[in-house]
Design a protein around this ligand. Structure first.
Ligand SMILES: Cc1ncc(COP(=O)(O)O)c(C=O)c1O
Length: 452
């Protein structure tokens, strides 16, 4: 088998999403209402999410059918290719085999449409007229804008102010697909206005933008909220990545020793990893690794505790690894990896050591991204470069040990709209940043007190 691209026909787009809840080492903790601090009921969540998504959020069914309308749109880019990175392997002189699943082939350029499309679909059939959401770097905003367009929904995107300035073309993409884009904090919501009153120059954060979008949805009858990561149903939708990769590796006659994904809120990592968590639960030996930036070290330096999903304490409280909901991330270039929390499902697996986590500095990530672009050709999104760094480190370790190793990583998106970050890297304007342990301790003082 000497293929470079391992492709599946459209008929092999998965028919079902895989729900990892059926294979967890412990039951998931309840999600709590931010006001009462009691477990949320579906009734509490209905103003924010349509019934189809709420059902998935709470489901323990192992397999959940993908609606035909969603599969039909998935056909525009799925199944995505699995590549064998032969040229990178040769450059590294490693005995390791490196495979990567490439999600940059979607129309928006990342894995995010895998969940944007079903989220728009379930909203459409529930009669939602408009979706309100937030976006950090703009990858999620552009994906949900695309999905809303396809199902005839309106879309309002609260975009973290620093990215609104730095990523004008992501904003243009959202507008091209019909969305209204506001810089967050904005003067359109109470949450935004109160932040601006305290700090008129606020550059925003994902936590603040989430507060604004949730408030918008909660205060408008015809509007619901959508989140591009973290939630169970988002992780569920992304499992098409790992399900396809497993089939593609079968064609290659291989099975990974280690599966790697970058980690922001956890969705692309969940997508590549969860089907392999199922294998691990069934006794297979496989390491599964989430890679995050040293500047936002949620899994490696955070605590496993109940915390709010947003800054203004309007979103539900979930048990997860967190740096504290008032964590203000330093302005690293991988904007999509700047969230204070982590998916509760990923957190539970990390807490029980089913998966491992590693933090890497941004300079080492750009170095790996440039080597990758120079060998494999594809220019990676800065977020995805964290997975490349870890994959390269695994390959170099295999070389040092003189032993073979099969590495699979998820290349979650391309970096065509992130070239300013590469310019900064080449101009020497980027530095590494270790988020100080003392600051983490400070933020953790503000965790909600819950009775569980
Ligand atoms: C290309 C890319 N990869 C990864 C991420 C991180 O998000 P998640 O951890 O949900 O996959 C983002 C977020 O915007 C992204 O745009």
């Amino acid at each position: 088998m000497d293929e470079t691209k391992i492709l599946l026909p459209e008929s092999q787009i998965p028919t079902h999403w895989y729900n990892v809840v059926s294979d967890l080492p412990a039951p998931p903790s309840p999600v709590l209402h931010p006001g009462t601090k009691k477990p949320v009921t579906p009734q509490d969540m209905l103003p924010l999410f349509p019934p189809g998504l709420l059902e998935q959020e709470m489901s323990a069914e192992r397999w959940i059918k993908i609606p035909d309308e969603v599969r039909e749109i998935y056909r525009l880019w799925r199944p995505s290719p699995l590549y064998r990175a032969r040229r990178l392997e040769r450059a590294l002189g490693t005995p390791a085999k490196i495979y990567y699943k490439y999600e940059g082939v979607s129309p928006a350029g990342s894995h995010k449409p895998n969940t944007a499309v079903p989220q728009a679909y379930y909203n459409k059939i529930a009669g939602t007229r408009r979706i309100a959401t937030e976006t950090g770097a703009g990858q999620w905003g552009s994906s949900i804008a695309l999905a809303c367009k396809m199902f005839g929904l309106e879309c309002t995107v609260y975009m973290v102010r620093v990215s609104f300035g730095q990523k004008p073309y992501r904003k243009s993409m959202m507008q091209l697909w019909g969305a209204k884009v506001l810089a967050s904090p904005s003067d359109q919501t109470n949450a935004g206005r109160s932040i601006l009153a305290r700090d008129p120059a606020s550059q925003g954060s994902l936590g603040i933008a989430i507060s604004e979008a949730v408030e918008d949805a909660a205060t408008h009858e015809d509007t619901r909220y959508a989140l591009g990561s973290v939630l169970n149903h988002v992780c569920l939708h992304q499992t098409v990545i790992g399900l396809e990769a497993r089939e593609q590796l079968k064609i290659a006659g291989d099975y990974p020793d280690v599966v790697i994904g970058c980690h922001g809120g956890g969705s692309n990592f969940a997508g590549i990893a969860f089907p392999f968590v199922a294998d691990k639960a069934a006794g297979k030996a496989v390491r599964i690794m989430a890679v995050e930036p040293t500047s936002c070290p949620t899994l490696t330096k955070g605590v496993y505790a109940f915390d709010y999903g947003d800054t203004a304490q309007m979103a539900p409280i979930a048990k997860m690894y967190t740096l504290g909901h008032d964590f203000m991330p330093p302005g690293i270039h991988a904007g999509g990896l700047r969230y204070h929390g982590a998916a509760p499902l990923v957190s539970l697996l990390a807490h029980h050591k089913v998966i491992e986590a590693k933090a890497v500095g941004q300079l080492a990530c750009f170095e790996a991204a440039v080597q990758f672009a120079g060998t494999e050709g594809i220019i990676p999104a800065p977020e995805s470069s964290h997975a490349i760094r870890a994959a390269v480190d695994e390959a170099l370790q295999a070389k040092a040990e003189g032993k073979p190793r099969t590495i699979l990583f998820n290349l979650s998106g391309h970096g065509h709209v992130d070239m300013a970050a590469y310019d900064d890297y080449f101009a020497g304007r980027l530095e590494d940043f270790e988020y100080p342990a003392a600051k983490v301790q400070e933020s953790l003082k503000h965790l909600p007190q819950v009775a569980l």
